[in-house]
Design a protein around this ligand. Structure first.
Ligand SMILES: O=P(O)(O)OC[C@H]1O[C@](O)(COP(=O)(O)O)[C@@H](O)[C@@H]1O
Ligand SMILES: [Mg+2]
Ligand SMILES: [Mg+2]
Length: 335
């Protein structure tokens, strides 16, 4: 049954963080409207520049970044670390928090009417800009995302479970609809950009080969594949019905650490996942135990249902000959 508590009054949001979360939610609601207006709001998907990560910046990326920065300045945010800014910038010198953000995730989907999102991570501010965000992911005090989809939702954790809020299209209020999200462990879905197969490391190829082999392979069951190319959309699907997401490092130039950024993409998603009973790894180490060395540093990223994440990690531990063997010989994973 639905509990209709507005986000500003939710007991799950720590009192001190309420102004910040309400600020994020307000900008998210405005962005949702802009996104819904599509081409009536101008050419949102138009390429307008390039960010430090080498990605093309769309008009909506820049618009979202400016809107969040302007509003968060009034919500005790001292340090603002954004995908769209080269460096961490100071918003309010008296602010208590540091916030890292991917203002608009899944930009390639802006023009095609597919779900996109905003991802955010919050720390207590330190004196220095970089030291406030380049620290272990376990030090996050909040992490979450907003998904602009058929429904607009805000999913967030403060380290005590993961909560889900829905933007009511009539009242424009964010209402609590799930106070304790749990990742199901039953799904047989995996998500990966399979066009990069030839560039993947051997353990990832072996894992996907074994999924694709289905009933005839070592897993002896059929799997289904999904790839939206919007991290928030994949996260939301996996949070809702289970599965696993993989963006490994690969052999393409610049992709040794994959595509996704540790500070404002992987750390908050890992926090949300773990607090919902899921897992998140880079293949070897738990994402939550990692610290980025630079603001835009990438990391290989695998997350989702805990058993699936552990299984992917196990492929990285297999002896070389076993990983390279045809799946028929990969006896370890017969189930
Ligand atoms: O185009 P690819 O290589 O499949 O990558 C898709 C991934 O890139 C992203 O779009 C990166 O995020 P941005 O759109 O914020 O740069 C993710 O949302 C998505 O998972
Ligand atoms: Mg992104
Ligand atoms: Mg982005």
């Amino acid at each position: 049954m639905q509990t209709v508590i507005p986000i500003g009054k939710s007991e799950h949001v720590p009192t001190a963080l309420r102004p910040l979360i309400v600020a994020l939610a307000e900008v998210g609601a405005e962005l949702a409207r802009t996104i819904q207006r599509g081409p009536l709001g101008g050419a949102l998907g138009q390429e307008v520049g390039t960010n430090l990560g080498g990605d093309g910046q769309k008009a909506l990326d820049i618009m979202a970044d400016a809107a969040f920065a302007a509003r968060l300045k009034l919500a005790s945010v001292r340090w603002y670390a954004s995908e769209e800014q080269d460096e961490v910038i100071e918003l309010d010198p008296a602010g208590r928090y540091a916030l890292a953000i991917d203002p608009l995730d899944g930009s390639s989907n802006i023009d095609v009417n597919v779900s996109i999102g905003t991802i955010f991570s919050v720390f207590e501010a330190k004196d220095g800009a970089d030291e406030s965000v380049l620290r272990p992911a376990t030090e996050q005090i909040a992490g979450g995302y907003i998904i602009y989809g058929p429904q607009t939702m805000l999913v967030v954790t403060f380290g005590d479970g993961t909560q889900e809020y829905l933007l009511d299209p009539d009242s424009r209020e964010w209402l609590l609809i799930n106070p304790a999200v749990r990742v199901p462990d039953t799904s047989r879905e995996f998500a990966i950009n399979a066009s990069n197969y030839r560039h993947w490391p051997q353990p990832i190829r072996a894992y996907i080969d074994d999924c694709i082999a289905g009933e005839e392979g070592p897993r002896a069951q059929n799997f289904n594949m999904r790839w939206v190319a919007s991290l928030v959309a994949e996260t939301h699907r996996i949070l809702t019905r289970g599965g696993v997401f993989l963006y490994p490092g690969d052999a393409r130039e610049g992709y040794a650490m994959g595509r996704l950024r540790m500070v404002y993409e992987c750390a908050p998603i890992a926090f949300v996942m773990e607090q919902a009973g899921g897992g998140a790894t880079d293949g070897h180490d738990r994402i939550m135990g990692k610290t980025a060395e630079t603001l835009h540093a990438r990391t290989p990223f695998v997350f989702g249902s805990p058993e699936k994440v552990a299984r992917v990690a196990a492929y990285f531990d297999l002896p070389e000959q076993e990983v390279s063997a045809l799946f028929g010989a990969r006896g370890l994973f017969r189930v």
